[in-house]
Design a protein around this ligand. Structure first.
Ligand code: IMP
Ligand code: MG
Length: 171
């Protein structure tokens, strides 16, 4: 396991994103839509550095199976999210191919929100080939499988306070 982003680097970036969102959403009472489960740590930190009133809600998306291999199929469970007439910001832990985000934003757009933006902590190179716009971006990272700060590998490592690259010895 090799640390890619330290706790301090992440905290600094989250504060910056929070300041940006606070500037852009004053008086708009936006709803932050966290994508379970990977978003939990990021969203919990982000909402505490946003200084303007906002709501939170959750959706559940899944593409990846138990390991590092994507099944390719995206599933989105919107639960009872209703953003009609609201300003909404999707909060994602990581964007890899952009498939999940593309599918999710399309589903959410059908609800006719006043606006829909995307905030992602980590962005892999493949995301730039996808037809998705990331309005608030934390870090560009290499095309390695990463864990920690909410991200898992077969449900492991979500609790790590930093982001690390998994290597063969970690199995
Ligand atoms: P995409 O649809 O390819 O953009 O994949 C997005 C989802 O795959 C993310 O929300 C994560 O759940 C998962 N994912 C992609 N890359 C990683 C990684 O490096 N570590 C852990 N999960 C990942
Ligand atoms: Mg995710």
């Amino acid at each position: 396991m090799k640390i890619l982003l330290t706790e301090q680097q992440i905290a600094e970036k989250v504060r910056h994103l929070g300041a940006q969102l606070s500037d852009d959403y004053g008086g708009k009472n936006p709803v932050l839509i966290g994508c379970l489960k990977g978003c939990v740590v990021f969203l919990a930190d982000l909402m505490r550095v946003i200084t303007v009133p906002h709501a939170i809600d959750f959706v559940r998306t899944s593409t990846y199976g138990k390991g590092q291999v994507s099944s390719g199929a995206v599933r989105a469970d919107l639960f009872d999210v209703d953003i009609r007439g609201r300003h909404a910001v999707v909060v994602e832990d990581i964007v890899d191919t952009g498939l999940t985000l593309g599918y999710l934003t399309e589903a959410l757009t059908k609800q006719e929100p006043l606006s829909l933006k995307v905030c992602a902590l980590l962005v892999k190179p493949g995301a730039y080939r996808a037809p998705v716009t990331i309005d608030y971006k934390g870090f560009d990272i290499p095309d390695d499988f990463v864990v920690g700060y909410g991200l898992d590998w077969g449900e492991r490592y979500r609790h790590l306070p930093y982001v690390a690259v998994v290597d063969e010895q970690d199995d």
